[in-house]
Design a protein around this ligand. Structure first.
Ligand code: AGP
Length: 605
């Protein structure tokens, strides 16, 4: 996600702002920029690429004093990474500059309205509308103009604003994206998290959704969007910068697992209207031309693809196949201009997936992709691309991006149902469950300590057998991959019905089973699989739903998640399998963020 810093005070130079911005590099970005007020003038510098390019652009301006300044690292969501789309963005007068983290859902409507009023836009971003809205609302009071502007925004934002008529002021506002204020002796700071401010202060005010703040030297006033002033507690936090980058967590992986609820909100934002699924990116898709869908992916993304296959098969008459990309690309697949090829890839750079879509394109197929990186190769080579909007995932093991993929694929599946005219109460229930998922995730994440205890009990086993049926098999696939890739324990995943065809020969007291056993239509089948496993004296960890005494009595350990529609069990169970793998790896003394022999993006074959 994007990074914001802001400064107001007498003793700062441009280089101080840029140095602080560099502390947000860990969040990942594709461009950077700064806007500052000096001698009543607004100066803006921004460029695609790393912060060092921004430094080069600034040159001797780095030594300039400033009254106030804002800076930004951009993780592109709307508009390719380039100089013009980099933040800050300015209004028509060149007096207002803003930086933004989040997604403005109604930016298209606002942009049309503002253009109708004569505003001239320079970028393809959603953010720029905010600068022109402030200009439109400005009558001399910057705080008031920002208040009025943000009231017209739908979606998520964290913004910093400067205005050359108000050199000693920064105005900040947040809804759905974090923003923190740092309090100094004769200055105040602003940032997306405390990391860039720790070198200047240990006193922080965490803004809440709907807050607007006026920073003036060491004076900070906070208001609600209705104009009412409000007091927020000042907290003292004495973290190191490294601890702050991880949000106080020990590793990025656990931080990113805990970001699940926010990840779900970001994945779904702008893709539902009045309780109906509506993915804007699909407006160009002519479903009537599609006779089949081929999904190509690798690793965790492949497991998300298996989920999508089960969903589409169950709810539509569309033919769908799921292919491991490294196999697909070397076969002679039956693909033509009636085939829609869907690539799923959080990095958007996986070589096997990329070559698979190139092969499909040569055979006449339309290409759709779901990725997390705007401007990535797979995104650029797709006809339609749906962004995951998860922000950068630093841990090598995919966690929040798997969650985002499942959420988006559920929406995609529901949109296909809607387009095919077979929407029913079942689909409404799925969508309602999906909308509640961020809240349900909080419930599952609260099992963290219980899951760590479980990991303590099983960390010394050398083997694990993950089993499940239907959507439960998706969870088994992903659970086994998570465990093996960060704890190096040999973990197999099988459809539970396959056990009797060979794998059950492996089971004994040293070969535990991780069984995915939701209370779904295949529960009884799973129960008999557990009895088979017990007969081989294998220990069993059951991942189930609700309060299930029968399962507790049948197994050695039982973890339970809230009951949802069957289709959403892979989603609601994701944090459990991720936390289990994370804690096993951590307890074994490994670094879950950087597992041996693995890369975050497999751009080689
Ligand atoms: C998952 O935890 C692994 N990092 C790996 O299997 C990954 O899912 C795979 O390499 C695909 O990556 P992509 O989603 O970026 O294409």
């Amino acid at each position: 996600m994007c990074g914001i810093v802001g400064f107001v005070g007498k003793n700062f130079k441009v280089k101080d702002v840029v140095d602080s911005l560099k502390r947000l590099e860990y969040r990942g970005y594709d461009s950077a920029g700064i806007a500052y007020i000096r001698n009543g003038e607004l100066h803006v510098f921004k460029s695609v690429g790393k912060i060092d390019e921004l430094r080069n652009l600034l040159g001797e301006n780095l030594e300039s004093d400033l009254n106030s300044g804002i800076a930004h690292t951009r993780w592109a969501t709307h508009g390719a990474p380039n100089d013009m789309n980099a933040h800050p963005h300015t209004d028509c007068t060149g007096k207002v500059a803003i930086v933004h983290n989040g997604i403005i859902e109604n930016f298209r409507e606002l942009k049309a309205l503002l253009e109708g009023l004569g505003h001239v836009f320079k970028s393809d971003t959603d953010t720029e509308v905010i600068a022109h809205l402030i200009e439109e609302e400005y009558r001399g009071n910057l705080l008031e103009a920002v208040l009025k502007a943000v009231r017209r925004l739908d979606g998520a934002y964290a913004i910093g604003v400067v205005h050359s008529d108000h050199p000693d002021v920064v105005v900040a506002a947040r809804r759905g994206s974090p923003l923190v204020i740092g309090i100094g002796s004769d200055f105040s700071l602003l940032a997306s998290d405390i990391t860039p401010m720790l070198r200047y202060t240990k006193k922080f005010i965490f803004l809440e959704d709907g807050d607007i703040a006026l920073l003036k030297g060491d004076e900070v006033q906070i208001f609600r969007t209705d104009g009412e002033s409000v007091r927020r507690a000042t907290r003292e936090i004495d973290w190191s910068e490294s601890a702050a980058e991880k949000g106080g967590y020990k590793h990025f992986m656990i931080k990113e697992i805990m970001e699940g609820p926010q990840t779900l909100v970001s994945a779904m934002t702008g893709r539902m209207k009045d309780g109906i699924v509506s993915i804007p990116e699909l407006e160009e898709l002519k479903l009537s031309n599609v006779s089949r869908i081929n999904v190509v992916a690798c690793g965790t993304s492949y497991h998300a693809a298996v989920f999508f296959k089960y969903f589409v098969e169950q709810h539509t008459d569309i033919d769908i196949s799921v292919e491991v990309a490294s196999e697909f690309r070397y076969r002679r697949p039956h693909v033509d201009n009636k085939t829609l090829t869907l690539a799923i890839s959080q990095s958007g750079e996986t070589a096997d997936t990329l070559e698979s879509i190139r092969l499909a394109k040569r055979l006449g197929s339309e290409i759709m992709s779901i990725t997390n990186v705007v401007g990535s190769t797979i995104t650029r080579e797709s006809d339609i691309s749906i962004m995951m909007n998860s922000g950068p995932e630093i841990g090598v093991a995919a966690t929040k991006t798997y969650v985002a993929q499942l959420a988006i694929l559920t929406l995609l599946g529901l949109q296909l149902v809607k387009e095919k005219g077979s929407w029913s109460g079942r689909h409404k229930r799925i969508l309602d469950n999906l909308i509640r998922m961020p809240e349900l995730f909080e419930n599952v994440l609260s099992l963290n300590d219980q899951i760590r205890d479980l990991a303590t009990k099983y960390k010394d086993f050398n083997h694990f057998m993950y089993i499940g049926r239907s959507y439960g098999y998706v969870t088994a696939l992903e659970g086994a991959l998570k465990l093996k890739e960060i704890s190096y324990i040999h973990a197999e995943s099988y459809p539970a019905g396959e056990l009797k065809h060979g794998p059950i020969a492996l089971l004994d007291p040293q070969f535990p089973v991780f069984a995915v056993v939701p209370s779904d239509s295949l529960y009884l089948k799973m129960k008999s699989n557990l009895i088979e496993c017990k007969a081989r004296n294998a220990r069993i960890v059951a991942l189930g739903t609700g309060d299930n005494e029968e399962l507790k009595n049948l197994t050695d350990d039982f973890i339970s998640v809230p009951r949802v529609v069957d289709e959403l069990y892979p989603l609601i169970m994701a944090p459990v399998i991720q936390l289990f793998a994370y804690h096993v790896a951590d307890l074994k003394g490994y670094d879950p963020d950087k597992p041996r022999n693995l890369a975050k993006s497999v751009t080689v074959e």
